[in-house]
Write a protein that binds this ligand. Structure first.
Ligand SMILES: *Cc1c(COP(=O)(O)O)cnc(C)c1O
Length: 440
């Protein structure tokens, strides 16, 4: 008989650990999105993960839709990936010198992502490092200072990007960040996502001073918000016209919505691409790369400095390689599409049944259900959601063993381990959770 999932709320052990953690680690967590500040309750502490499940310190088995915030596309503890890491570890954890694995990794990544074909990449240790490095390169290449990001777009926690930065900060009600001087973000310009007129006006007014536009081609950190028809195409045309480096931040969407990411799905090729999450198979890996002429401005070939003691380390390379090889060999994208649609459509149907205002967006194996009516095309629309109701829904789901990201402005991630039975269990829990929300 299959094991049952059950109440995933923090029990005694998790609460004791949180108390101990909070004395030594701000908020008891090493990344703020892990706190349950906006949904109420305490986070369960995790002991292990397998497939679609998380196991907690209190003995609960949860169905997981966070997937380590994206990397776990192939389910947790995938044996092929884990074995590759163990084999690499036996040869030493880090050399600080070049390895054949990095060459193979570079060959594989550049063959899979359209904008990297014929170009170059650099490996780093996180998505944050990828985006901040890509922007430095864009500034070095163009000799221009200004950069453009989207309102509600998140690209990691580099100073220059911590303006209207979406989910993590939005959840905590922090507009930008303390500790970021105005002077550092003076050249960071903001645009509303999916607003072509604003984009055209900005390019017309100061296009020749802008080094780069960085955009999540499918916004994922204001909740899931896909680009409107033609938006990315027009952005591509305008950036080309003005000599602006177009950077797709595909840290979330890369290898998730298609093998070649959102750029493959929408047929728009940026100049530079940032990768993270899935590309490291669960290890701390980021990648940035693209046009050869731009990447050749990086040291030691060119004058833009970027470095990393552990960059391209053998364990990260092994996990990433194993992941990408599986994606090449057995592309999971059609199956993911089917499973994610079943779940997303099933949630919408149950919300409607309970008469709970609920709308949303899904692209492949990522989606967000927003607790509001109407459509969500940008950050303002997302912010119109009823976060109280989301919080209630989150608590009700967790009490039924379903682990969702603890924020309305995050994405639900479906993995290849989410089979029909798991999705049915989730939908049965959701039916009760929506009823509880409606009764409130
Ligand atoms: C997660 C994320 C980042 C940051 O990656 P880290 O590895 O957390 O530094 C950057 N951009 C996007 C789109 C992300 O989703």
């Amino acid at each position: 008989m299959a094991e049952q999932t059950y109440d995933g709320r923090a029990g005694d052990r998790s609460r004791q650990l949180l108390a101990r953690a909070s004395r030594l680690i701000p908020g008891g967590v090493n990344s703020p999105v892990r706190a349950f500040a906006s949904v109420g309750g305490d986070p369960p502490f995790i002991t292990k993960a397998q497939g679609a499940y998380l196991y907690t310190e209190d003995g609960a088995k949860l169905i997981d839709y966070v997937g380590s915030w994206g990397p776990a596309l192939l389910g947790h503890n995938n044996p092929e990936i884990v074995e590759a890491v163990i084999a690499a570890a036996r040869n030493g954890l880090s050399f600080g010198a070049a390895t054949s694995g990095e060459v193979e990794f570079a060959e594989l990544v550049t063959s899979m992502v359209p904008s990297l074909r014929g170009g170059m990449i650099r490996m780093v240790n996180s998505g944050t490092e990828a985006t901040m490095s890509a922007l430095r390169v864009a500034r070095g290449f163009t000799g221009r200072a200004k950069i453009v990001k989207m309102d509600g777009g998140y690209h990691g926690h580099a100073d220059i990007l911590l303006v209207a930065a979406g989910s993590g900060a939005a959840t905590l009600g922090i507009p930008g960040s303390a500790g970021v001087p105005d002077s550092v973000v003076a050249d960071t310009l903001l645009l509303p996502f999916n607003d072509l007129e604003a984009l055209e006006a900005m390019c017309k007014a100061q296009g020749d001073e802008i080094a780069a536009i960085i955009v999540e081609p499918i916004a994922g950190n204001m909740g899931c918000v896909p680009p409107d028809d033609g938006y990315l195409q027009r952005m591509r045309a305008l950036t080309e016209k003005h000599g602006i480096v177009l950077i797709f931040d595909e840290v979330m969407t890369g290898f998730r919505v298609a093998k070649g990411g959102a750029q493959e799905r929408y047929g728009v090729t940026p100049d530079l691409t940032c990768l993270g999450k899935i590309v490291g198979g669960g290890m701390p890996v980021g990648v940035y790369g693209g046009r050869r002429d731009i990447m050749e401005t990086i040291a030691p070939v060119g004058p833009v400095y970027q470095a990393g003691t552990l960059s391209g380390n053998p364990l990260g390379v092994a996990a990433g390689m194993a992941t990408l090889r599986i994606l090449e060999r057995d592309p999971p994208y059609e199956a993911l599409e089917v499973q994610a649609a079943k779940l997303f459509d099933g949630l919408a149907a149950r919300a409607a049944q309970a008469k709970v205002a609920f709308t949303g967006n899904r692209v492949g194996a990522m989606f967000t259900g927003f607790f509001r009516d109407g459509e969500v095309h940008n950050y303002d629309d997302a912010k119109g959601s009823d976060t109280e109701r989301f919080g209630r829904f989150h608590r009700e789901m967790l009490a039924r063993g379903i682990y969702l990201a603890p924020s309305q402005f995050e994405v639900t991630f479906v993995s290849t381990a989410h089979d029909d039975a798991i999705i049915e269990t989730t939908l049965a829990a959701a039916e009760e959770a929506f009823a509880a929300v409606a009764a409130n």
